[in-house]
Ligand binder design. Sequence first.
Ligand code: FE2
Ligand code: FE2
Length: 333
Amino acid sequence: MSWIVGQEVDHDFFIVEATEDVTKGNNPRPYLSLDLKNKHIECNSKLWDYDDHRSKDIEKGCYVHIKGDVKEFNGRPQVKIREIEKVAGADVDYGDIYKVASTPPIELKKDLMGYLSLVKNETLRKMNDKILVQARIMKEFYNAPAATRNHHDCVHGLMEHTVSMMGAALALKCHYRYLNIDLLITGCLWHDLGKTVEIGSFNMGGEYSTKGKLLGHMNISLDIVTLLASELDIEEEYEIDFLRHMIISHHGRKEYGSAVIPGFPEAQFLSIIDSMDAISKVMHEKLMEIETDQWTARRSNTLTLQTQMIRHKFFDPTPSYFSRLDDKFKGVL
Ligand SMILES: [Fe+2]
Ligand SMILES: [Fe+2]
């Protein structure tokens, strides 16, 4: 969506930068210079007579709702603010600010439940059912990105990444028949759950949380497993340590942050599926931005895709992953 001068603004924005200043001259007037960002526009704006707004605590890293108009200043768009209100994290319309997952959240939730219904192991089922009723964690899980950059850096990105991995896990189970699908599907659900704390939907535009920086998402996921398994009184069950292992080994190598390297086939496959899904998403996204026979940028700003890719004439721009749980898979389980 592009903006035209004169168009009305009635949207949520993320404050990228906020700087207090005063105009020069005999009659200095205080203002707050705001760098605003949402899905539609990225621009600067001035909040005049800032003293009147001081109590609203508008600062870098917060979300605001703005009513105003788009103007032009030095050939660039600028929002002239008529009304501005700070918006609490829980009330932010993230879909207005950031790009969203390519599959609607309602479909993703349906697929998530479909894949989880395949898990027959009692202990793993109990753990999955238990996490699904943790309202605070699941709200973040449904909304948060999988990363602030690199891959699935969009609203519902964490859920999209998880569901897409489950689909890949099932496809691989169809071929590598010895794999245990209960471990794989459960591993997909839990592997990045700690990102609900490490990143969380409230931190989409900014830094990782302090807890996230201190502990990392694998340790946070591990803490959640320990807490819920003890609440269910199943912490000594055989499967729990296998779930723990899949979480702390899913980055594959110690130099990538894993506490241990994968020690059984499902853990190894989980790690492969994780990076495969991240790379696949980024490749598809970058190729969608260019024309046939063009190459992606030489220096990509993502760690996931470090090489150039050409969009050849056979590239299929339809969805990057198969988002429906297909009945044909059930025959091999
Ligand atoms: Fe991870
Ligand atoms: Fe992941």
